[in-house]
Design a protein around this ligand. Sequence first.
Ligand code: SAH
Length: 252
Amino acid sequence: MIHFVGAGPGAPDLITVRGARLMAQADLVIYAGSLVNPDLLDLCKPGATVLNSAHMTLEEVVAAMLEAEAAGRVTVRLHTGDPSLYGAIREQMDLLRAGGAEFDVTPGVSSFCAAAAALRAEYTLPDVSQSVIITRMEGRTPVPEGEGLAGLASHGCTLVLFLSAGLLEAAQEELLGGAYTADTPAAIVYKATWPEERVYRCTVGTLARTARQNGVTKTALIAVGGFLGTEYDRSKLYDPTFTTGYRKGEQA
Ligand code: SAH
C-alpha cells in the first residue's frame, strides 16, 4: 500500500498520530527534502529505505513507489504541511492509478495554520473577514488568468501568500492594486514551528522592505488583512444574550 502523508509545517510532533504510525510501518519513505524537516525521519523503522525526492523526477518517484508496491512493501510519500496545497500529488496519484496501484492520503497541518498559531491570530473574525484566500505569486509556475493577485486582493479579505517570499516587491504592488492600503496590517512568518521560526509584523506598504531587511527570501508565508488589526466584533456564539441549540441566552 502507498500512503501520501502530510508531514505538518516543520516541528516533528506536528505530524498526525496516523501519519506517525504509517511512517513507523513504512519499508520505503520518499520525503520532499526541500521542505520536510529531516528530524521526522527518526520515525522510520530500522532498515527502511529513505529517498529524498528533491533529487528525483516525477517518473523516478512513481517508479520507486510502483516497484515497492510490486514487492508487497509499504510506502510513505511524505509531503510538507498538507499534501493538497502545492504538493504536486495529483500527478503522482494519476500515474499510480495508471500503474494499477492503491493509495490513500493522510492530511497534515498546513503551514498556513501554523502561521496563524505563530501570530496568535484568528483568520476569520466577525465583521473583519469571513474568508481566507490562499494563493501565490506567479513564478516559474504560471497562475491562471483570473487569479491575478490584484484581482483576488479586490475582496479585501484575509489573504495568505505561499511560495512568494522572494517576490514581495511585485506582490506588494498587486496587493495595493486591490482593496488593501499601505496601512493594512500584514505579517511575514518564516519557518513556522521550526526552531528558527520568526514572525515579522508589518503593513502591506512595508512588506518588501521588511523581508529585505530581515533576509527572508524563502520558506515564509505572507498574511495580509484586518484580522491582524485591533478592531473586530465579538462572536455571536459566545454572546451571553445569544441563544443557541446548546445554551439559552440571558435577557439583554
Ligand atoms: N503543502 C504545504 C505547502 C507547500 S508549498 C503546506 O500545506 O504548508 C511551499 C511553501 O509553503 C513555502 O514556499 C512557504 O511559502 C510555505 N511553507 C511551508 N512550510 C512553511 C513553514 N513552516 N513556515 C512558513 N511557510 C512555510
